[in-house]
Ligand binder design. Structure first.
Ligand SMILES: Cc1cc2nc3c(=O)[nH]c(=O)nc-3n(C[C@H](O)[C@H](O)[C@H](O)COP(=O)(O)OP(=O)(O)OC[C@H]3O[C@@H](n4cnc5c(N)ncnc54)[C@H](O)[C@@H]3O)c2cc1C
Length: 380
């Protein structure tokens, strides 16, 4: 495995850092407090090539690889986890699904619009009663002549209201049978498709999370992606890539919290000396630095395998599981290092603490990652 960063990765990191400093940092707390989804920022990210990072240039994207993608998500999340989450969901889930499984016609139609952020993407797998157990979905698509009619609700969907186009995975076969789901592309404005309740969340508050409701929503067969019955398998493949982006999101949050804690530990004096002089504090910083490095190596390993088109289900799950737990622990310790000040909104660590928790839940909880890792390990 070769993880040495290239000049290109460095340039991409600098652009993402500059973007985050200029367009995101000044507004982070305002968006968080008011739970504003800042659409204009995503349009600007589109102009900067960060909304179609992996999309080939022939379809209007940046044509970059997973090292650059992971770098962009990290640099944005270092400043704001919410924006990092939305960029990850747009790139990996909706765009990634169409890029991997769309027909040539679907790719030509949607990828340029998604890459430029003229369209914001959403991806719907989860339902009110089926999260980890997504294969048991109740949202159905029934074939009527050459059309499909969708009924049901998808919940917890990033950009469920503001998404201009969504990939939705629906049950098309009998409940409880194998290969009973199919993926469709649905555009906002299609009769019978609407956004529902917006969630009021602990963290990631500037990333919109909402229901998508389907009430006799009729789609032509040309909206179907891949073969009837392949939807769940497609979704699992999309999630393999998506989990690398959640590992990157976790890393960005962990690094943001660590940077803040490191600086504070040097500046804050108690008992006549910087608190960094106390072993109780410096050992926390040592653990944070070590665990962040380990999480980064796991993430880069999965990214490297993805770049090489190798099977990386286990490695993506390991990276996502470990990095997300590290983000939660690092943010928790960062608040502790800040003491009472860490418990206020005047310093950035309380937001890292709230945002980090999503990383152990979204795109498969830590428990589900362990199931995936164990299953892959036991196959060997
Ligand atoms: C901010 C946010 C954004 C999201 N964005 C999207 C999106 O864009 N698209 C989308 O489709 N979904 C999205 N989700 C949904 C997310 O993927 C689910 O929340 C997640 O998969 C967990 O499902 P659940 O919430 O129903 O929890 P449940 O599946 O009900 O799990 C509850 C608890 O039980 C545990 N558990 C469940 N099954 C097992 C088992 N077999 N063994 C051990 N423990 C188990 C879980 O680990 C968890 O601790 C988002 C969620 C959030 C919070």
């Amino acid at each position: 495995m070769e993880f040495q960063t290239s000049e290109l990765t460095e340039q991409v990191a600098q652009s993402a850092r500059d973007f985050a400093r200029q367009h995101i940092k000044p507004h982070v707390m305002l968006w968080d407090e008011s739970q504003t989804f800042p659409l204009q920022v995503f349009k600007e990210l589109g102009k900067a090539g960060m909304m179609g990072v992996l999309v080939p240039e022939a379809y209007g994207g940046s044509g970059l690889g997973y090292f650059e993608y992971v770098t962009i998500i990290q640099e944005i999340a270092r400043v704001c986890g919410s924006i990092g989450l939305s960029v990850a969901a747009h790139n990996s889930l909706c765009t990634g699904h169409i890029m991997t499984f769309g027909t040539e016609e679907q790719k030509k139609k949607y990828l340029p619009l998604l890459a430029s952020a003229e369209m914001i993407g959403a991806w719907g797998l989860t339902e009110p009663n089926t999260g980890s157990d997504a294969g048991n979905m109740k949202c159905v698509a029934v074939q009527e002549g050459s059309d499909w009619v969708i009924n049901g609700t998808k919940s917890w969907i990033t950009h469920g209201i503001s998404g201009d186009v969504a990939v939705v995975i629906c049950r098309t076969g009998a409940a409880g049978t194998r290969d009973n789901a199919t993926a469709f592309i649905v555009e906002r404005g299609t009769p019978g498709f609407s956004g529902g309740k917006k969630e009021n969340k602990l963290g990631m508050r500037a990333s919109e999370t909402a229901e998508m409701i389907f009430d006799n929503c009729r789609l032509p067969d040309s909206a179907r992606m891949g073969a009837v019955g392949d939807g769940f398998k497609q979704a699992m493949k999309v999630l393999d890539g998506g989990r690398i982006s959640i590992a990157a999101l976790s890393l960005g949050i962990a690094k943001g919290a660590y940077d803040a804690a490191l600086q504070y530990a040097k500046e804050r004096h108690q008992f006549g000396q910087p608190i960094a002089n106390f072993q109780g504090i410096s050992f926390k910083l040592a653990d944070m630095a070590t665990e962040i490095m380990a999480a980064e190596l796991l993430t880069m390993q999965a990214a490297d395998m993805k770049n090489k088109k190798m099977s990386m289900t286990k490695e993506a799950a390991m990276a996502k599981y470990y990095a997300s737990e590290v983000a939660v622990k690092t943010a928790n310790d960062a608040v502790q290092i800040f003491g009472g000040y860490g418990y206020t909104k005047d310093f950035p660590v309380e937001k890292f603490y709230r945002d980090a928790k999503l990383c152990t839940i979204g795109e498969g909880t830590s428990e589900i990652q362990k199931i995936v890792i164990a299953r892959e390990a036991l196959k060997a």
